[in-house]
Write a protein that binds this ligand. Structure first.
Ligand code: NAD
Ligand code: ZN
Ligand code: ZN
Length: 338
């Protein structure tokens, strides 16, 4: 089968023929139809984080497709079902986190396109219990980005505890952020969008942003504090320490700073201000299978529409170059039938 493979960190991916995998017990084989390209895949290809991915690696954790074969012991899925293979490829199912609805924190998890091969391929093996079915009225291309960008921002907004009518700021209007803005709107929040170009400002306004800040022209925290006295919550999806520092300073007293983006740096959290302002700083990692079902439902109801450009698997290296420079709007989705 055809796949895009990372052989060495920081080197170009190679699109080549690799053996078609076989599903083991409680696994399924998915015939991948589309896979979104997440900035995390770029971090993986660069070996940017303290925990490194396997090598060689087939990236991709927004792979969606049709179940072709089910392994021994799989009873709830059958050939022909439409499913997606998310970042949370599998978890142990019995640790404290798994038992308390926090499976994304399981220490024994595998991650698609990181610790195991993912969706940049014609076929992908998946853990049957951790794939999520795609609703009938969503096509594969529009469903793919929901499996990471969608569920991650949907969940992060829940974690922010911002209520309808309150203010949230979303840093980064990229693959994740442009969906986050739409979920915030659908949830009845007022929102500020922050990014680094006028084009992204226009995009954010077209998605209903009440306020926008281009950080190349103005410090976002100063602007937000001056204009509305701070936000109740922030979701920071930007891949820059500077954005996290500004995100923290944008919050009003008692508010929550949700960290989502994953630049390999630290952020400045002043102890005095955090204590006196009762600020909450919290990380949010993707979402559970339940969050994913809700995310898909939201989108199937037409409340959210991902901006998508489709490309062929062979274009993966150009896609990464464009992503590094923030040159496109929304999400690029690899269409395996292109
Ligand atoms: P993306 O490249 O599509 O979007 C990033 C956006 O941030 C771009 O629009 C860019 O212009 C903007 N940006 C860069 N510097 C900025 C700054 N200083 N201020 C404001 N905006 C700035 O990337 P993506 O796919 O949306 O992923 C974003 C980050 O989230 C990545 O680090 C990725 O690894 C991470 N991520 C985390 C989770 C999670 O579960 N926590 C899930 C998916 C992705
Ligand atoms: Zn992702
Ligand atoms: Zn577990």
């Amino acid at each position: 089968m055809k796949a895009a493979v990372v052989k060495q960190f920081k080197e170009k991916l190679e699109v080549e023929d690799v053996p078609k995998p076989k599903p083991g017990p409680r696994e399924i084989l998915v015939h991948i139809q589309a896979c979104g390209v997440c900035h995390t895949d770029l971090h993986a290809a660069h070996g940017a984080w303290p925990v490194k991915p396997k090598l060689p690696l087939i990236p991709g954790h927004e792979g969606v497709g049709i179940v072709e074969e089910v392994g021994v012991g799989v009873t709830h899925l059958q050939a022909g079902d439409r499913v997606g293979v998310p970042w949370l490829y599998s978890a142990c199912g019995y640790c404290e986190c798994c038992l308390t609805g926090r499976e994304t924190l399981c220490l024994d998890q595998q991650n698609a396109g990181y610790s195991v091969d993912g969706g940049y391929a014609e076929y992908c093996v998946a853990a049957a219990d951790y794939v999520v079915k795609i609703l009938e009225n969503l096509n594969f291309i529009e469903a793919a980005p929901l499996f990471c960008a969608g569920v991650t921002t949907y969940k992060a907004l829940k974690v922010s505890e911002v209520k309808p009518g309150e203010w949230v700021a979303i840093f980064g209007v990229g693959g994740l952020g442009h969906l986050g803005l739409q979920y915030a709107k659908a949830m009845g929040m007022n929102f500020v969008a922050i990014d680094t170009s006028d084009e992204k400002m226009e995009l954010a306004k077209s998605l209903g942003a009440d306020l926008v800040v281009n950080v190349l022209k103005e410090d976002a925290a100063d602007f937000i504090q001056r204009k509305i006295g701070g936000v109740h919550g922030v979701v920071c999806t930007a891949v820059a320490k500077k954005a996290f520092d500004q995100a923290y300073r944008s919050i009003r007293r008692g508010g929550t700073c949700v960290m989502v983006g994953l630049p390999p740096e630290s952020m400045d959290v002043p102890i005095f201000d955090t204590v006196l302002n009762g600020t909450k700083v919290v990380g949010s990692i993707v979402g559970t299978r339940k969050d994913l079902q809700e995310t898909l439902q939201f989108t199937a109801e037409g409340k959210v529409k991902c901006i998508i450009e489709t490309r062929a698997l062979e274009n993966i290296n150009e896609i990464y170059d464009e992503m590094l420079e923030g040159r496109f709007n929304g999400r690029i989705v690899i269409d395996m039938n292109k």
